[in-house]
Design a protein around this ligand. Structure first.
Ligand code: FAD
Length: 395
């Protein structure tokens, strides 16, 4: 008879590895199934809150960013220096493996293979079928609970909660290039992230240049069918002079833009991370939210196992949305509104020059909390927003 795990976590990215580690530390018998062999396409920017909450060691930070340069359609730029702290840059190949190893050290059993099917044994227990990486026949693992952390457009999510479609996605594409060496230039600075807003780079999102120590990620995203992401990056590399540097990898992946309405099947499966749609709209930031989603899924599963009440699985979504639902909603409105034309983008970038806007943006990004104490600044920003929106402030 096949062994039965308390929990099988499917997908060993930031979300799944965090969930597996937390459950193992809580004393659960856990398997972490990951297909391995593919580096997740990602800009790799993480906030101090992620470093703090998930004990990310310094050695994983390839760069510490202290400035964001926002580029308007007209070519005007606004610098947003980070006054306290920095944005950490990780290499996803190394970062994800570190998290998986840490989960294994905590007691999770690592299994390498590709999930194919969520089946049921005669007694109704969940069975995860997968193809082992090493080859050979398909294998089965039984589990009392399953966490789906297989990322955006998850097959497992579709099988577990069939009536629910996939969340709306932006498709993101980036090229990893060898980073320019020597002193910083106007075009490239190893301590600065460039964020480019214009319709030719992306009609509905933004393009970026993110330094990673010896390499840099230059990418863009769009939900618009037919928009040439490769064409956009080719042009941006030419404009920034990054076309003269060796291309190391080119890759792309979908980024979900809205949390799904339902994260669990009311029985024994709960979604976490990109599989549940938790990437911040407007910015596309997903690593911190994936790790938090993994942690909350682990907590919910632990409670369901302890009480025998599967309704506890719904707590993962409830707790996440309580913490971040409002910010996601605000960012969604921002993306819809400011990213719609070059006229609005120009005004958006102009607004970023405001010191209050900069302070609030960085504080919210760094700590993942809306800054409540600065009510007066928020009111001021609201009226400034309105002035930019109505064209009363000069762009
Ligand atoms: C181009 C791009 C740039 C980005 N830049 C940033 C950024 O700078 N900062 C940021 O915070 N976020 C960024 N994001 C978003 C971020 O990458 C994701 O939100 C984050 O990786 C989600 O983590 P996850 O663990 O939920 O899923 P993933 O990281 O997608 O992990 C899923 C895991 O599941 C495994 N898996 C998938 N299918 C199967 C299967 N069938 N069987 C077994 N295993 C499977 C995969 O191998 C992988 O290990 C970016 C995304 C893209 C596409």
């Amino acid at each position: 008879m096949t062994e039965t795990y308390d929990v099988i976590v499917v997908g060993g990215g930031p979300s799944g590895a965090t969930a597996a580690e937390d459950l193992a530390r809580a004393g659960r018998h856990v398997a972490l199934l990951d297909r391995a062999g593919r580096i997740k396409p990602c800009g790799g920017a993480i906030p101090p809150r992620a470093i703090r909450d998930f004990a990310i060691p310094d050695r994983l930070l390839k760069a510490r960013i202290n400035n964001a340069r926002i580029v308007a359609p007209s070519g005007k730029t606004v610098d947003m220096p980070v006054e306290t702290g920095f944005v950490g840059m990780v290499d996803r190949c190394e970062f994800d493996e570190f998290l998986r190893v840490r989960a294994a050290e905590a007691g999770a059993e690592r299994v390498t293979g590709t999930f194919t099917t969520l089946a049921r044994d005669a007694d109704g227990t969940a069975v995860i079928e997968y193809e082992p990486k090493a080859g050979g026949p398909a294998r089965r693992l039984r589990a009392r609970m399953v966490i789906d952390a297989t990322g955006a457009r998850s097959d497992l999510a579709r099988q577990a909660i069939p009536h629910q479609g996939h969340p709306k996605c932006v498709f993101a594409y980036h090229e990893i290039v060898k980073a320019p060496e020597g002193a910083p230039t106007a075009m490239y600075d190893p301590m600065r992230c460039d964020v480019v807003y214009n319709g030719k780079s992306s009609p509905d999102f933004y393009a970026w240049v993110f330094p990673h120590g010896e390499t840099a990620s230059i990418g863009t995203g769009s939900a618009r069918k037919g928009f040439s992401l490769r064409g956009s990056i080719k042009a941006l590399r030419k404009e920034t002079g990054l076309d003269r540097f060796e291309t190391i990898r080119v890759e792309g992946a979908p980024i979900p833009m809205k949390p799904l309405k339902q994260w669990d099947n009311g029985r024994d499966v709960v979604l976490a991370g990109d599989a549940s749609g938790v990437v911040a709209p407007a910015s596309g930031e997903g690593i911190y939210y994936a790790m938090l989603g993994g942690r909350l899924a682990a907590e919910a599963v632990n409670e369901a196992l302890a009480t025998g009440d599967a309704r506890a699985l719904a707590l993962a979504r409830k707790r996440f949305m309580k913490l971040h639902g409002r910010v996601f909603w605000i960012l969604g409105v921002m993306q819809f509104f400011w990213y719609r034309s070059d006229w609005t983008r120009e005004r958006f970038v102009k607004m970023c020059a405001d010191k209050d806007v900069q302070r609030l943006t960085w504080e919210s990004y760094m700590n993942k909390e809306l800054v409540r104490k600065k009510k007066a600044a928020q009111v001021k920003i609201f009226f400034k927003d309105l002035a930019h929106l109505l064209g009363l402030a000069r762009a």
